[in-house]
Design a protein around this ligand. Structure first.
Ligand SMILES: Cc1cc2nc3c(=O)[nH]c(=O)nc-3n(C[C@H](O)[C@H](O)[C@H](O)COP(=O)(O)OP(=O)(O)OC[C@H]3O[C@@H](n4cnc5c(N)ncnc54)[C@H](O)[C@@H]3O)c2cc1C
Length: 388
């Protein structure tokens, strides 16, 4: 078997499988991907039926990035000959005096020329009588928002990368990275590989993967969860009847119409307890579940029904929740991406950016907000702001 590659991708979750795909389009058999578990495993961040995709963001540079994310997914859809993004429309709603100002979202979309509607509580309930709101609540509706089909997207990236000639190995944990002169040695499962460019897409294991390069970031890994409910009124949550939504306050809740399971999915953003990728459990957090249930009882009562299941998942949180997408300072042959708990919608685009960084040493996208050497990432115990 070949041991010497131009490109090695460490980690084949959401970002890594996308990077392998975009790299393989340009470099075919020169791409090796290494995944510590089986492909499609559920121990990371990317494996579920759905993730929210939206143009509606708190800062203009994310709106711009999201536009490119839709384009990247569309290109993969064309090649995969299957749908990976489903537009349901998206509702951002919450108290006028809430912890997350909707004006940041409308302002960013105004700046980027993205159309949206401002809705008061009455109009929201006229369109979606499932909601129970009062006049203190307002919202924004953006028609392009919807579902990035995560499990399907990952599988498509893997399949297409392999079709372009990439070698993707599962159960191949990388336990050594040794930068050498002009190349990098990567040890996985007792086998030594070499490459000219390494891409690190290790999610909640990022600090372990970066350690041999002398980098430690102030990341916090949390165990999050989503619950699928068997609504007593399933028709209320059909894909053509109900949008994806985010409750813009602290706590911040979000949800989906029924997709992949016979009922809506609801979760709390950044509502989980700190853990580590290796010591986390898969048990339900009952307190977090109770917060979601109480919210639904008050605001979206017909979503609440018998639990289909609760699924746990990890966030890898940077202190400012901005991504890391960068070359390693002093090692332009190594690139890294970390998603900050809201990265899936960008997965294919981030994979494309990682492939451009590896190939060309630069990306056409503005990555200035995602630098690995930004000030807050140099602090040992930085202030943390998760509600943005
Ligand atoms: C409950 C939940 C809801 C979310 N909702 C949304 C949403 O609505 N919209 C959105 O955009 N984003 C959302 N996100 C965030 C998004 O899912 C993540 O940002 C994204 O999936 C991160 O992908 P990743 O590739 O970095 O991580 P992962 O998919 O976890 O990939 C990392 C991979 O690296 C592998 N790996 C690590 N170390 C090694 C090693 N040493 N050797 C080999 N392999 C290794 C791991 O096994 C893993 O497969 C949500 C996340 C969660 C948990």
């Amino acid at each position: 078997m070949k041991h010497d590659y131009e490109y090695i991708v460490l980690g084949l979750g959401g970002f890594g499988s996308a990077a392998a795909y975009w790299l393989a389009r340009r470099a075919g058999t020169e791409v090796l991907g290494l995944e510590q578990f089986e492909l499609g495993h559920v121990r990371g961040e990317s494996q579920d039926h759905s993730r929210i995709i939206r143009l509606s963001y708190h800062a203009p540079h994310y709106v711009e990035l999201a536009r490119h994310a839709y384009r990247a997914w569309a290109e993969v859809e064309r090649e995969a000959k299957e749908q990976l993004v489903l537009r349901t429309g998206g509702l951002d709603l919450g108290p006028r005096e809430g912890a997350i100002p909707l004006s940041n979202y409308s302002g960013s979309m105004d700046a980027a020329g993205v159309p949206y509607e401002r809705l008061d509580a009455g109009e929201i309930m006229r369109r979606w009588p499932q909601w129970r709101l009062d006049d203190t609540i307002h919202g924004l509706f953006q028609a392009e928002s919807g579902i990035a089909m995560a499990a399907r997207g990952n599988a498509a990236h893997v399949r297409l990368a392999q079709a372009h000639g990439a070698t993707l190995l599962e159960r191949a944990p990388v336990d050594g990275v040794r930068p050498l002169e002009g190349e990098i040695e990567v040890l996985a499962g007792g086998v030594a590989y070499r490459c000219r460019r390494l891409i690190i897409a290790a999610g909640a294991w990022s600090n372990q993967a970066l350690a041999p390069l002398g980098i430690r970031l102030p990341l916090r890994v949390t165990k999050e969860q989503v619950t699928y409910f068997a609504s007593p009124r399933p028709d209320d949550f059909r894909l053509d009847r109900f949008p994806v939504w985010i409750w813009m306050d602290d706590p911040c809740f979000y949800g989906f119409p029924a997709f992949g399971e016979p009922g809506p999915k609801v979760g709390q953003d950044a509502g989980g307890q700190e853990t580590t990728a290796n010591t986390r459990t898969f048990d339900r957090d009952d307190a977090a579940f109770a917060r979601v249930s109480a919210f639904l009882e008050r605001r979206l009562p017909t979503a609440l029904g018998p639990v289909i299941y609760t699924k746990t998942c990890l966030y890898t949180l940077t202190p400012d929740r901005d991504f890391v997408i960068d070359l390693i300072p002093g090692r332009p042959d190594v690139s890294v991406a970390i998603g900050g708990g809201h990265g899936y919608k960008f997965a294919s685009l981030i994979g494309r950016i990682l492939s451009d960084l590896a190939f060309d040493g630069r990306s056409a996208r503005d990555l200035s907000h995602f630098r690995i050497d930004r000030a807050i990432l140099q602090l040992l115990d930085p202030p943390r702001t998760y509600m943005v």
